[in-house]
Design a protein. Structure first.
Length: 323
């Protein structure tokens, strides 16, 4: 039984493009082999990618809705393709009246495979003018269609760079896996072009490209702010009050920070050059934001110590708080 692409993505057949993209991003985040160790995760990810490739393309989706997954064997892929009932327009040399003609009604499947037909060529053959067809075919060579994909990468890969894989469904249902080089410091929404990896061109023309839109998965602790990285660092009340040395992970390895005595939550400690390193320009910094973590329960002795500590605080710590 042919695979139902709508069922693969878990959407209705009348789902909007936004709903299709949202469903794809959720499944890709869940099934990507980099984050899902399940043995069948890669196969399911490839099925989701194949379904998204078709349903995210308006023309391919229309052909899929009409003919099912077999449409890809009919020559109907990409902007240069055409379905089995493609209509052709007669030109000045083609025939009288300049009308649209459906060749499948007259010649059967011979002209139903999506190849462009020049009526002038046909009539020139009847007149013995075969050389005209050869010149016309050479002049009609076009570049193959570009393919659009979304690629989700881990946050760490977007910072340090690396490699990722995508699965592309070719003609006849064959799935090909391609490696993609991820440049260090790439931002969410940026595009990567894979030249010559798109749809092949008719008549020996140049193949199209694959345009990848990069989606960066969120990190549970780190955030990006321009070329800076921000991380929230938990510290105890004693470490914040009395000062301490704490270890903090960075893309370049673990660094030891000195927490100044009397630090409050929200204070940021800067580590120069340990943020995003762009291809050109100055590297960003790491901003370690302190967060004081208190125990859930205090004994009476601890409570008394906190009361004495509170007496040394300013009378109104919220004096500057205004609308």
């Amino acid at each position: 039984m042919a695979e139902d692409y709508y069922k693969t993505l878990g959407v209705r057949r009348d789902a909007s493009q936004d709903e299709i993209r949202k469903a794809y991003r959720g499944l890709a985040r869940k099934l990507h082999p980099d984050v899902n160790p399940s043995p069948d995760a890669k196969t399911k990810f490839q099925e989701v990618q194949a379904a998204f490739d078709v349903l995210n393309d308006a023309q391919k989706r229309e052909m899929y809705d009409r003919y099912g997954s077999s449409f890809e064997t009919m020559g109907g892929q990409g902007p240069q393709g055409g379905g089995p009932w493609r209509t052709y327009s007669t030109g000045p040399q083609g025939g009288p009246g300049g009308e649209d003609v459906d060749f499948s009604q007259f010649f059967g499947e011979r002209f139903g495979g999506g190849a462009t037909v020049d009526l002038g060529d046909i009539f020139s053959q009847f007149r013995g003018g075969g050389t005209t067809r050869t010149r016309s075919s050479a002049g009609r060579r076009r570049r193959g269609a570009d393919l659009q994909h979304e690629l989700q990468i881990p946050f760490a890969t977007s910072v340090t760079g690396g490699e990722a894989q995508i699965s592309v469904q070719r003609a006849g249902g064959k799935v090909e896996t391609l490696s993609v080089r991820i440049p260090a410091g790439i931002e969410d929404g940026k595009k990567i072009r894979l030249r010559g990896q798109g749809e092949p061109a008719d008549g020996g023309g140049t193949p199209g490209d694959i345009l990848l839109t990069v989606r960066v998965a969120p990190h549970p602790l780190f955030q990006r702010a321009g070329n800076n990285l921000v991380v929230k660092v938990p510290v105890t009340l004693g470490e914040a009050a009395l000062g301490a040395k704490v270890d903090v992970p960075t893309p370049k390895g673990t660094v030891t920070l000195q927490v100044p005595a009397g630090s409050s939550s929200g204070r940021k400690l800067r580590v120069k050059g340990h943020g995003i390193v762009p291809k050109t320009g100055t590297p960003g910094d790491l901003l370690a934001e302190l967060q004081i973590v208190l125990p859930q329960e205090f004994d009476e002795e601890a409570r008394e110590m906190i009361r004495k500590l509170d007496e040394q605080s300013p009378r109104d710590v919220r004096a500057s708080l205004r609308w």
